[in-house]
Each structure stands twice: as structure tokens, then as C-alpha cells.
Design a protein around this ligand. Structure first.
Ligand SMILES: C[S@@+](CC[C@H](N)C(=O)[O-])C[C@H]1O[C@@H](n2cnc3c(N)ncnc32)[C@H](O)[C@@H]1O
Length: 299
């Protein structure tokens, strides 16, 4: 039953039987031009992939940065809408394959998550909650304003703006969006749990994780999980296996089916396998797909 397929998940999911999946857990492209596979818009501004002359000069630090949006260009303004349209391409099929009452966890990034939420709601999902994944460290690239004035030899303004920055605060949390497929009209959630074995969450497992001290300080919707050494090196946005294990055990039982349509180097699948769940993964990039196969063999 478990399988990993190379290809476009928007097409591949059409082959999955209706109401056959117990959980979708996916770290989807965030649509912020982080990498080639994350470009989900028609904005041709050369700065978007770090290719403007000044970015080229600044070197590799800018390459995967994504461009700060100006706010005035129509092409920039279109990007969130284009992300909504892209999410709408798959959201209905995600709803179709899930069992009634089943959960769907999506890592969608802070900047565009709202568009993903709207696309999922418009497809028929209920937006249940937002979990915060809290980390100890994160790359932080805000630029000091005084440095810009220094470069212009504007000493006076450099002093005035000392301590001010352009950009964002250090991003120490990532939102995990929690959706639910509605259960049938006329049923109740508990009856639905009896029929489809989904719809509740396992608080006991969260409490156990707190006791095991994996970084969860209290049993709540803040999951503090630090990536380990083994959580790095296979994919530029690789997630922590432990984090995926917590999310899977929160919403499924052993033997149930977990789907990740954008599985990268297969972190969701590794976690599902560790927990004796069935898994289905789709990945469009051959290099990452090969990494998954190698990883699953080694695991
Ligand atoms: C954010 S990454 C997932 C990383 C993953 N969490 C991990 O730990 O490796 C999203 C992945 O989706 C893949 N992807 C993008 N569009 C896709 C599509 N239409 N079908 C299948 N995979 C796609 C990208 O190649 C990328 O590897």
C-alpha cells in the first residue's frame, strides 16, 4: 500500500481513491521564490531569484532570499492571488481523498498562509487552528539602516537611525495550519469517529512527548522541537522527523494512511514509517525523489 511516486502531485492525486486517506501532512511550497520549485507566480522581476545586478554582486547570500515586495508594483501585488490560484488547483482533490472528519496539517509559511487558508476553505475544508512550530535558531537577514547611510557618507542620518533595521524580526516560529474535512451532515463528530476512526486528537501522546522532554514545555498548540543533525543535508527546507512524528501521532492510529503530496526528501514518510503508518508521497524533483528512496532504504 505505501508508495512514493515521482511526478506532479496535482495530477498524481487524481489516482487516489476517494475517502481513502486518514491524514494529509505536507510542507507545501510557500510561494516566496525560495527556490525554482517555489516560484508559483508570473512576476518576471529579475530580483525575485536573486538575479538583479546588486544581488549578483552581493553573492550567494541573496540567492535564495526571495525579494522584499515593494508594494507598488502590480506584479508584486498579484503574487498572493497567484498563490491562492495555485493552492486552488489541488485543494479540492485533497478534500476528496480524505476521510470525513480527517485532519490536514499544512506548513505554508507566514507570508502567504492566509491565501492557502482561503483556498482550503473555498474548497470545503474547515480551518480548525494554527499550531506554532517554535525553533531556537533561524536565519535572520534584516539589514541595518545605518549601514546604508554609512555607504552614502550620510553620517548624520547614520547616527539618527542607529539600531533600526529593514526587513523582518528573527523568524523563530513557523505556522502549521490545521484543517478538517467536515463530517457528514446529520452525523456527529463522535459517530464519525466510530465510523471513520478520525476526527479526534490524541492528547495523551502530546503529554508523553512533554514527559520525554523533546522540547515541548507544555501540552499546547506551541510545539518546540529542535531539528537534529540528521534532519539536515537532504533538502533545503528539510523538516524535523520528530515534529512530523508528533503531528502524525496526534491525528492517526497505527495502520492508517498518511499522504504528503509535496514530500521533498520524504521527512513525513520517514516519520509515518517509524510509527507504523502507511504512507503515500509525491515529489516532482528527481534529485529529491532519489534522496527519498535512498533514505527510506537506510531507515
Ligand atoms: C517545502 S518542500 C518539502 C520539504 C520536506 N518537508 C522535507 O522535509 O524534505 C516542497 C517540495 O515540493 C516539491 N514540489 C513542488 N511542486 C510540486 C508538484 N507539483 N508535485 C510534486 N512535488 C512538488 C518541491 O520539489 C519540493 O521538494
Amino acid at each position: 500500500m505505501s508508495r512514493i511516486e515521482l511526478g506532479d502531485s496535482i495530477q498524481l492525486i487524481k489516482n487516489i481513491e476517494t475517502e481513502s486517506v486518514h491524514l494529509i501532512l505536507s510542507d507545501i511550497p510557500y510561494g516566496i521564490s525560495y527556490d525554482e520549485w517555489d516560484v508559483l507566480h508570473n512576476n518576471t522581476n529579475s530580483a525575485l531569484l536573486g538575479k538583479s545586478p546588486s544581488q549578483e554582486k552581493a553573492g550567494s547570500v541573496f540567492k535564495t532570499r526571495g525579494k522584499p515586495l515593494n508594494g507598488w508594483s502590480q506584479a508584486d501585488k498579484n503574487m498572493p492571488k497567484e498563490y491562492y490560484n495555485w493552492c486552488s488547483l489541488w485543494a479540492k482533490d485533497w478534500l476528496r481523498v480524505l476521510k470525513p472528519g480527517a485532519s490536514c496539517f499544512i506548513f505554508a509559511g507566514r507570508r502567504m498562509a492566509h491565501r492557502c487558508i482561503c483556498a482550503m476553505e473555498d474548497a470545503g475544508f474547515i480551518f480548525k487552528d494554527m499550531i506554532a512550530w517554535e525553533k531556537d535558531t533561524a536565519a535572520y537577514r534584516a539589514q541595518r539602516v545605518s549601514c546604508v547611510f554609512d555607504r552614502r557618507n550620510d553620517i548624520e542620518n547614520s547616527k539618527v537611525w542607529e539600531g533600526w533595521k529593514i526587513g523582518n524580526l528573527r523568524p523563530l516560529f513557523e505556522p502549521i495550519l490545521w484543517f478538517m474535512k467536515p463530517y457528514p451532515q446529520g452525523s456527529t463528530l463522535t459517530d464519525n469517529i466510530l465510523e471513520y476512526e478520525v476526527g479526534a486528537f490524541n492528547e495523551r501522546i502530546l503529554k508523553e512527548q512533554v514527559t520525554l522532554n523533546v522540547g515541548l514545555e507544555v501540552c499546547s498548540n506551541i510545539l518546540k522541537v529542535q531539528p537534529q543533525k540528521s534532519d539536515r543535508g537532504l533538502h533545503p527546507t528539510q523538516k524535523a522527523v520528530k515534529l512530523m512524528e508528533i503531528l502524525i501521532s496526534l491525528a492517526t492510529l497505527e495502520g492508517q494512511v498518511v499522504l504528503d503530496p509535496f514530500c521533498g526528501c520524504g521527512t513525513t514518510l520517514v516519520a509515518a514509517k517509524n510509527l507504523n503508518r502507511e504512507y503515500i508521497g509525491f515529489e516532482i524533483n528527481k534529485k529529491y525523489y532519489d534522496n527519498i528512496l535512498k533514505r527510506m532504504k537506510e531507515e
